[in-house]
Design a protein around this ligand. Structure first.
Ligand code: GTP
Ligand code: MG
Length: 339
């Protein structure tokens, strides 16, 4: 419409883009959790393991999500997955039992949410001040957490880009799945996809390489190359700076991605067609207005939360960000102005 016609679409970086490298890197550094926070998270996990194993000796606890995928901000909550065999026991009963145990051991704000899409127990540890959500047997999330962490080790620009994009998305309120915008997990996949598309590529497609890691989780085969220490030079033929990549990231999602026809697929390292996946029409609540294939659960579109209103919000925010990266005198401030 009018808004689009008034915009000028630029195809390459402004000359002085690299002046933004230092401020973006400073911003990245300030968002990384300090080491003592990581120590406290481990401490809390140990406390929880002790409490859980008294009742369920065979149960194991895993960290997943941003506290374990290396894309977590300072002061975030932690996500914990309790893995155990369930024989004729109800998940809800276990969650209620766990809530009892935690409550009687001085953990605060204990709450069992047994009817949520992913049922959890929430709690806050008064010793470390950390809040945490515990789910049961969400092992795929543990495996995709490892995939994301492995990608992060290949090229440091991925972690820098994700932190800046997540910070932007939180500032602009487009990181809220309950309002129809995207999860942090979806933004990380968008960043990985984007870096797989650069020429020369900055990231490889780990699931397209020799299998060195394999897990069969709930009948989903998860296989990929995880010897990422062998890939630490992978992106070095591409010399793009973080400022150039932030510019190009927003440019890509504002003007280059084909929302009508394409699905982004980190699993294949390219885009797939919506037609090939039969993601062309609304089925139930899945509208497929922006399509992001889960790397392991391939029938799962992480864009399914986006509706016809929020897709406009998202695309306008990508365009706003692209314009700011191109023309604004102080993008490191304007980009993150609260919505
Ligand atoms: P922040 O909490 O925003 O810092 O990010 P996060 O990485 O913890 O992401 P989020 O809370 O959105 O998701 C937690 C984890 O759940 C992800 O890292 C994935 O491993 C897993 N997950 C699997 N499927 C989905 C999904 O459909 N939506 C979301 N949000 N997470 C999923
Ligand atoms: Mg989280």
């Amino acid at each position: 419409g009018q808004r689009m016609r008034n915009q000028k679409i630029h195809t390459t970086y402004p000359n002085d883009i690299n002046r933004l490298n230092a401020p973006f890197l400073t911003m990245f550094e300030s968002l990384i959790p300090p080491n003592e926070e990581k120590v406290k998270q481990k401490q809390l996990l140990t406390v929880l393991e002790k409490l859980v194993s008294k009742e369920y000796p065979e149960a194991r606890l895993f960290l997943y999500g941003s506290c374990a995928n290396s894309f977590g901000f300072s002061k975030s909550d932690i996500d914990v997955c309790l893995a155990m065999e369930l024989q004729n026991v109800d998940k809800s009963d276990i969650l209620l039992k766990l809530a009892d145990i935690f409550e009687s051991n001085n953990l605060q704000n204990v709450q069992a949410l047994t009817r949520a899409r992913v049922p959890i127990v929430k709690l806050m540890d008064p010793v470390t001040g950390i809040s945490c959500d515990i789910c049961i047997n969400n092992v795929l999330a543990v495996v995709n957490t490892k995939l994301l962490r492995d990608y992060a080790q290949i090229d440091e620009r991925l972690r820098q880009l994700v932190f800046i994009v997540k910070h932007w998305a939180k500032s602009r309120q487009v990181n809220e799945t309950y309002h129809g915008t995207l999860s942090s997990y979806a933004y990380v996949l968008m960043c990985i996809h984007f870096l797989q598309q650069r020429r020369p590529a900055i990231l490889p497609c780990l699931q397209g390489m020799e299998t060195t890691y394999f897990a069969n989780v709930d009948n989903v085969e998860c296989a990929y190359f995880d010897q990422v220490e062998k890939l630490h030079n992978y992106g070095s033929r591409n010399g793009e700076s973080i400022a150039q990549l932030v510019w190009a990231f927003f440019h890509y999602w504002a003007y280059c991605h084909d929302y009508a026809n394409d699905v982004i697929s980190v699993r294949t390292g390219r885009t797939l067609s919506k037609r090939a996946k039969d993601w062309t029409r609304r089925v139930g609540n899945d509208r497929h207005l922006i399509c992001i294939e889960d790397p392991f659960e391939v029938s799962h579109d992480l864009g399914r939360v986006v509706d016809k209103f929020s897709i406009r919000v998202l695309r306008e925010e990508f365009e706003r960000a692209a314009q700011i990266m191109h023309c604004d005198s102080n993008p490191c401030v304007t980009l993150f102005e609260p919505y």
